[in-house]
Design a protein around this ligand. Structure first.
Ligand code: NAI
Ligand code: MG
Length: 358
């Protein structure tokens, strides 16, 4: 059997970092079934060429032929362009990838705070339902309104995934040979919200997460639950990031706090993610298409390489994932690094060093 992975580099540095992840997966040998990569189109460039940011054929091949996928990054314009909408947001919807799982971790033996948290971001609703409207007011000024959707169904399923992940991380930490981690305590889930102000929407998110815990108390008895308002979460994450393990948040907060958390470990170019549903999983670096550095072979490939590891561990290939993560940590410790981390090395050199360490 083989492992069919749809590869969607999309735009900008996505086209430089996704091939790096592919090289690492290819180098795993018999640790995984023989990988087969299927290149697929999407993105802003694709939109300008063929009129569709997410071709139907890409969705069809992902659904019918692929076991998993990797996505690079898309260059979405900041203004409205008729006919265009972000292919990554659409893909999450088409494939029902309701969770965006973003581990943010530092490497022992390197400067900086001890971080070992994972942000679990709800991926289908909140303000990202994009129901916005703008109206003229009688006095000639304008009003723009966005609808925010929070459902108990989506909130409960994301909370369940967060609790299960906390359990799994606890078990993995206890496994001999697992990469070293900074988190020493029992598994913990922090519910991030703002229900002191948004009592109805964030209130429902919070209650749903609590309900999942209360209704599965036997299963989750070893997991510590707490909560943190999103603004003070940012404050505490910057001052004492070591106090967080798994953090579950609605879509927009999750998006923002994970970029913030990335700064704690030195670069967005280090932080991986998977978009996960019950039937499909897609690895994706947290960063965007980085137009300021594209085409120079200096983008940090580690976020994508770690996304490949996360994808493989999600599929059950934990040993292969550990091998990648250990190699990446070794290379970070060795000081071979792209300019975002203060280094002088290229995308290719960092990737070569990781391959050598595998
Ligand atoms: P960005 O993540 O592309 O870049 C932010 C900063 O981080 C830039 O200075 C960039 O050079 C740096 N950076 C990001 N990834 C890096 C890497 N691997 N190595 C070294 N440095 C790295 O965010 P920005 O500038 O806000 O957005 C640029 C474009 O990306 C926009 O069109 C935006 O819509 C899109 N975007 C796409 C996302 C996706 O595909 N999921 C997510 C976020 C933004
Ligand atoms: Mg983002």
């Amino acid at each position: 059997t083989s492992l069919k992975i749809g590869m969607i580099p999309a735009d900008g540095i996505g086209k430089e970092v996704l091939p790096a992840a592919q090289r690492v997966i290819e180098a795993l040998g018999s640790a995984i079934p023989k990988p087969e990569f299927i290149p697929l189109a999407a993105g802003w460039e694709e939109f300008n060429k063929n009129g569709k940011a997410l071709p139907d054929e890409t969705v069809r091949v992902l659904k019918e032929e692929c076991d998993a996928a990797m996505f690079g990054s898309v260059s979405s314009p900041s203004h409205k362009v008729p006919g265009y909408s972000s292919p990554i947001v659409a893909l999450r919807k088409h494939l029902d990838l309701y969770a965006n799982v973003r581990p943010v971790q530092s490497v022992s033996g390197t400067p900086g705070p001890d971080v070992n948290m994972v942000i679990v971001r709800e991926n289908t609703e909140c303000l990202y339902v994009k129901r916005e409207e703008i109206k003229d007011l009688p006095d000639g000024s304008k009003i723009a309104i966005a609808e925010r959707q929070i459902t108990s169904t989506a909130s409960e399923r994301i909370a369940k995934l967060a609790f299960e992940l906390a359990l799994r991380r606890g078990a993995e930490r206890a496994t001999p040979g697992a990469p070293e981690t900074f988190w020493k305590g029992p598994p913990q889930v922090t519910i991030v919200h703002k229900s002191n102000v948004l009592a109805v929407t964030d209130g429902l998110f919070r209650e749903s997460a609590r309900k999942v815990y209360e209704e599965n108390k036997d299963r989750y008895s070893g997991v510590k639950v707490n909560e943190q308002l999103v603004d003070s979460f940012v404050y505490r994450a910057f001052r004492e990031p070591e106090i967080f393990d798994v953090c579950v948040a609605p879509n927009l907060y999750g998006d923002i706090i994970s970029d913030g958390a990335a700064a704690l470990v030195g670069s967005l170019g280090l932080v991986p993610s998977v978009n996960a549903g019950d039937n499909f999983v897609m690895g994706e670096p947290v960063h965007g298409s980085a137009p300021d550095i594209e085409g120079k072979n200096i983008a940090n490939p580690i976020a994508s390489i770690r996304s490949a590891a996360l994808l493989l561990s999600w599929l059950g290939y934990t040993d292969a994932a550990n091998r990648i993560n250990v190699a990446v940590d070794n290379v970070i410790r060795s000081g071979i690094a792209t300019p975002d981390l203060g280094g002088k090395n290229s995308t290719t050199e960092v990737t070569d060093a990781i391959l050598k360490n595998l």
